[in-house]
Design a protein around this ligand. Structure first.
Ligand code: ADP
Ligand code: ASP
Ligand code: MG
Length: 459
C-alpha cells in the first residue's frame, strides 16, 4: 500500500486531473490510497469569499461572484472529463455542495465576524468537493475508486484552523475505513486538510495541511511509502521561485526535511514528517507534471554527502519582539516569566537571542502579539519589529564542519543580519533579516554553498 497525495496545482485543470489519473493507474499494483487537496486555488478563494461576505457592502457582491466563479471552474474542468452517463451524479454533487456553501455564505453575510469555526466550515468545502469529484472521475480512467469522507477518519482536537489529530483514534479509524476497501481492490479517495472533532464539528489542519493528512493516513494504515505529488521536481536546494537554478535534492533525512519545512519550505506542511518518522515510512516528493523524474526520497538516515548543507529555507512574515528589563538584570526566572506569557497565548517562538538585560525573539503568528506585549510591559520595555524573515541553511554536515558560519557571513557582506541562531538540533544555522533582504540573502547563500554540489545527492 502507498499513499499518493496530489496538491492543488496538480488538480487545477482537466488536463492536470487527467495526468493524475494516469499516475494513479500506473501505480495500481502498489495498492494506492489517494489524498487530494482542493482544486487549484479553491481554498484561498473560499477564505476570501468568507471575508468579503462578513465585510458586507460591495464585498457582498464580490463574494457572490467568487462563489459563482468557483462553481464554473469545477463544472468546466471536471465536466470535461465525464461522459454523459455520469453527468447526472456530477450535477447532484455540485448542487449539494454549492447549496451548502451558498447557505454558509448567507449566514456569514448576516454576521460581523468570521469566527474560526466558520473559517473551517467554509474552507473545508474545497477538499470535500474535490475528493467527491475525483472519485467520480477515476472510474472513467480505469481506477476503481471509492470516496471516503476524511472527517470520518481524521479525529482532531477543537483548535479550529490549526487542529491537531488525536493519533491513536485516527489510526484505528484509518484502518477500519480504508483497509477493507483496499482488500476489495478499491482505491480509496480522501480529501486532505480536513478532520472533525469527537462531536463531529469540521476542523482543518492549517494551510497546506493536505501533506499532513497524507502522512497521518499513511502512518495509520502502515503504508510502505507516502508520496507527495506537487508542481516541482522534489525538495529543491531552495524555493525555485526565488532561485530558478535551484537543484533537486535526491535524498534527505527526516530531520533535515522537517527543519526545512518548519522554517518555511512550503513544499511540505511543517508537521508532515512527524507521523512518517514515528513509523519510519519513506516520504517521496514528486512532480505530477514530470512523473518520470525520481523526486526526493526522505528517509531516516541521510546518505554520505560532501556538501555542507542540503538546502536553504526562507520564512517571511516574522516579527521580532525585543524585551529589555534593567530591573531584571541577572535575576533568575526572567526567561521563565517571558515564556509563560508566550505559552499562555499559545504563540510559538522560533528563534531567541539574549544579552544581559535584553532578550530578542521571533514569532511567525502575530495574532496574540497585542496581549503578549501588554503582559510583558508589566516588567519590561518592549518593542516589535515587523516585516522580517528567517533564512536558514540546513544540513546534517553542519554539526561537524568548522567554518560554515564564516563562509555564510562572508557571502552575506552588505546584508544587515538582525539575529543569528544555531538551531538546537545542530542541523540549521538561521539568520533573521529584513523581509526586503530575504530574496538577496537566499540567492547569495545559494551561490556560496551550491557552486559545486555533490552529484551523489544533488541533480
Ligand atoms: P501543492 O499545491 O502541491 O501542495 P505547494 O505550493 O504547497 O504545492 O508547495 C510547492 C511549492 O513549494 C513549490 O512550487 C515551491 O515554490 C515551494 N517551495 C518552497 N521551498 C521549496 C523547496 N526547498 N523545494 C521545493 N519547493 C519549494
Ligand atoms: N487546500 C488547503 C490549502 O490550500 C490544503 C492543501 O492544499 O494542502 O491550504
Ligand atoms: Mg502544499
Amino acid at each position: 500500500m502507498i499513499v499518493m497525495k496530489f496538491g492543488g496545482s496538480s488538480l487545477e485543470s482537466a488536463a492536470a486531473v487527467e495526468r493524475v489519473a494516469g499516475i494513479v493507474r500506473r501505480a495500481l499494483a502498489r495498492k494506492p490510497v489517494v489524498v487530494v487537496s482542493a482544486m487549484g486555488k479553491t481554498t484561498q478563494q473560499l477564505l476570501t469569499m468568507g471575508e468579503e461576505a462578513v465585510a458586507g457592502g460591495p464585498g457582498e457582491n464580490r463574494s457572490l461572484e467568487r462563489l459563482r466563479a468557483l462553481r464554473e471552474m469545477h463544472e468546466r474542468e471536471i465536466g470535461a472529463l465525464l461522459p454523459a452517463s455520469s453527468q447526472g451524479e456530477f450535477r447532484r454533487t455540485l448542487d449539494c455542495h454549492f447549496r451548502e456553501m451558498a447557505d454558509l455564505r448567507g449566514q456569514l453575510a448576516a454576521l460581523s465576524e468570521f469566527a474560526p469555526e466558520s473559517v473551517d466550515a467554509l474552507s473545508s468545502y474545497g477538499e470535500r468537493l474535490s475528493s467527491c469529484l475525483i472519485a467520480l472521475v477515476f472510474p472513467h480512467f480505469g481506477i476503481n475508486a471509492a470516496h471516503v469522507d476524511a472527517r470520518c477518519v481524521v479525529l482532531t482536537d477543537a483548535r479550529h484552523k490549526v487542529a491537531t489529530p488525536l493519533y491513536s483514534q485516527t489510526y484505528a479509524r484509518a484502518r477500519d475505513k480504508i483497509l477493507p476497501l483496499v482488500s476489495q481492490s478499491k482505491v480509496p479517495v480522501l480529501g486532505g486538510f480536513i478532520g472533525a472533532t469527537e462531536s463531529g464539528v469540521t476542523t482543518t489542519l492549517g494551510r497546506g495541511g493536505s501533506d499532513f493528512s497524507a502522512a497521518i493516513i499513511g502512518a495509520g494504515i502502515a503504508a510502505e511509502e507516502i508520496q507527495i505529488w506537487t508542481d516541482v521536481d522534489g525538495v529543491m536546494t531552495c524555493d525555485p521561485k526565488l532561485v530558478p537554478d535551484a537543484r533537486r535534492v535526491k535524498t534527505i533525512s527526516f530531520a533535515e526535511a522537517a527543519e526545512l519545512a518548519y522554517f518555511g519550505a512550503k513544499v511540505l506542511h511543517p508537521s508532515t514528517l512527524l507521523p512518517a518518522m514515528e513509523k519510519n515510512i519513506p516520504v517521496v516528493v514528486l512532480n505530477s507534471r514530470r512523473p518520470d523524474v525520481s523526486g526526493t526520497r526522505i528517509v531516516a538516515e541521510s546518505v554520505p554527502c560532501s556538501s555542507v548543507i542540503k538546502a536553504i529555507s526562507c520564512k517571511r512574515g516574522i516579527h521580532i519582539v525585543n524585551i529589555r528589563s534593567t530591573r531584571m538584570l541577572m535575576a533568575h526566572g526572567f526567561l521563565h516569566r517571558i515564556f509563560e506569557i508566550f505559552s499562555r497565548a499559545e504563540t510559538a517562538v522560533d528563534m531567541l537571542a539574549s544579552s544581559e538585560v535584553s532578550v530578542s525573539l521571533t514569532v511567525d503568528d502575530p495574532a496574540r502579539l497585542g496581549d503578549i506585549c501588554q503582559a510583558l510591559r508589566e516588567f519590561s520595555e518592549v518593542s516589535v519589529e515587523k516585516h522580517q524573515a528567517i533564512v536558514c541553511i540546513v544540513g546534517d554536515n553542519l554539526r561537524h564542519t568548522p567554518g560554515v558560519a564564516a563562509r555564510a557571513f562572508g557571502a552575506l557582506q552588505g546584508i544587515n543580519i538582525r539575529m543569528i541562531s544555531q538551531g538546537a538540533s545542530l542541523l540549521n544555522l538561521g539568520f533573521v533579516v529584513a523581509a526586503r533582504d530575504a530574496e538577496k540573502t537566499v540567492k547569495l547563500l545559494h551561490q556560496e554553498f551550491f557552486r559545486s554540489a555533490d552529484p551523489a545527492v544533488f541533480d
